[in-house]
Design a protein around this ligand. Structure first.
Ligand code: PEP
Length: 248
């Protein structure tokens, strides 16, 4: 394991009080762990962000939003802009999650979201990954290359972008890619970022059905810099266990 990032995505789960409780438990659990060089990130829903930012202040826990709107302001009912996220103290934002791509988020929208978020001083967790059909058609590298080049087009301050390789067929399915497949694809992403964007040491997380059991094997894949975790991040005991297993 090259570096140390464990990010949780709560998705549309947890009320404000449930989220607050989860972060309190994380804080006390992590205080007992030697995790000083670990970046832990949680991603509550928009309505919990303020409360979670307050509780997490001064702890190892960083806070991400799960999404952002690409425009700065205007007639976009129900949407939240990057400067609004910044104003509540959020440090990170997840962009390009496959659950949003499948409901109409295009590469162009993703690109605008990344630019707007960087302009507002946020760090990005940029999700990329192929569907099962694309994998079966052996299109994985083509898809990854396309998602990267369109998502990052014209983006400055690329050091603000973390990458999350999330094969769509692995999210929420309990299926994790074989180690050599994962290595091959993460290496492809690394080479692509190096050749096309001169990014020499990008942080690349793996996401898709990471749990307390498979994390030990996954962490042996030392070209991965950490994990983006959905289901298992919503239980503080499991999440703390994953943090411990990742870095011990
Ligand atoms: C995700 O949604 O980004 C994710 C990785 O989910 P899960 O860990 O539940 O597969």
């Amino acid at each position: 394991m090259r570096a140390k990032i464990v990010a949780g995505n709560w998705k549309m789960n947890k009320t404000v009080s449930e989220g607050a409780q989860l972060v309190e438990e994380l804080k006390s659990g992590l205080a007992k762990v030697d995790a000083s060089d670990v970046t832990v990130v949680v991603s509550p829903t928009y309505v919990s962000l303020s409360e979670v930012v307050k509780i997490a202040a001064g702890s190892l826990v960083n806070v991400a939003a799960q999404n952002v709107h690409q425009e700065a302001n205007g007639a976009y009912t129900g949407e939240i802009s990057a400067d609004m996220l910044k104003s509540v103290g959020v440090g990170y934002v997840i962009i390009g999650h496959s659950e949003n791509r499948t409901t109409g988020e295009t590469d162009l929208i993703i690109n605008k979201k990344i630019k707007s978020s960087i302009n507002n001083g946020l760090k990005i967790i940029f999700c990329i990954g192929e569907t099962l059909l694309q994998r079966k058609k052996k299109l994985t590298h083509k898809i990854l290359k396309n998602q990267i080049s369109k998502g990052l087009k014209g983006v400055k301050k690329l050091n603000k972008v973390l990458f999350a390789y999330e094969p769509v067929w692995s999210i929420g399915t309990g299926i994790v890619p074989k180690a050599n497949d994962l290595e091959k694809n993460v290496n492809f992403i690394r080479n692509n970022l190096s050749n096309k964007f001169r990014l020499k040491n990008p942080k690349i997380l793996y996401g898709g059905s990471v749990n307390t059991k498979n994390v030990k094997n996954l962490k042996e894949i030392n070209i991965i810099d950490g994990f983006l975790i959905g289901a298992a991040s919503q239980d503080p005991k499991k999440f703390i266990d994953i943090v411990k297993k990742t870095f011990n």
